[in-house]
Design a protein around this ligand. Sequence first.
Ligand SMILES: Cc1ncc(COP(=O)(O)O)c(C=O)c1O
Length: 310
Amino acid sequence: MRFGLGSFKALGGAYAVANLLSAELARRDIALAAGSTDLAAGRYRTDTSKLTVTCATDGNHGRSVAWAAQRFHCRCVIFVHEHVNQARIDAIAAFGAEIRIVPGTYDDAVREASRQADAEGWMIASDTSWPGYTEVPRDIMQGYRIMVDEAADQWMSPQPTHVFVQGGVGGVAAAVSVHIRLRFQPTPTLIVVEPDRAACLFASAQAGALTAIAGDLDTVMAGLACGEPSLLAWDELARGAGAFMTIPDEASLETMRLLENLQITAGESGVAGLAGCMLAAASPADRILLGLGLEPESRVLVFNTEGRTG
Ligand SMILES: Cc1ncc(COP(=O)(O)O)c(C=O)c1O
């Protein structure tokens, strides 16, 4: 799905790379408004091949960025943390990106990518934002909104009452939050679902402010293994999300098996929203605790954000 990249991340990272290159060509007075077709055709190849784009990833985002860098003819360096598995690294390297492995977690890789980019003059295509770095992640979140459009276009009335979406740094959940307000009235209740071992958005909700969590973030939901929320995403979710919940690894694995029986392929992170929904629906206590109003008549929208991972 999605250019053969296997996750919704293709909607964000690749879009950001095109925008970064186009802006850089304009800044250098080479082309005022180079579009993705010009870039892919190699019209500015002599210049773009001297530019480097970088980011941190636990797999899917880096694949999207590396794919775009190859397509648009620029150099690409991707930072992965030490626990990213070899298959994910190989999938990124297959697009010609140089891979650098960083000790620690995704958040350590984000910091290292940013440090190296500053030192080397590289462009950062990060899917997470921090004070002073919001423009590119904003573009990436804009790209994710297409996913909500696609769902809304296919949705038959009556409208969804609830949306469960998985959270890593919160970018996709925030994009969903913004876009369901636009596409569905009344706005469905949004529930953000995270792994219980990497629940930085849940911790932020509990604290009432953006909060980073420590630890090794060891979860099978690799795409959601983030300890620090995206600043922009948190700003949206603090207002837009109706509830935050966490799920154990087993719930994700069980949901994958369930979908497989229905011939639907989904990855560990991709099913987290559905897994959260099923847990909440099965537990009256959760439904009350979360203030969800989740009833047998409820109509729930979930997003499978990735295909097979192994
Ligand atoms: C498959 C999948 N789903 C969801 C997410 C979460 O996205 P975000 O980090 O924007 O919250 C990721 C992040 O990598 C992912 O790979």
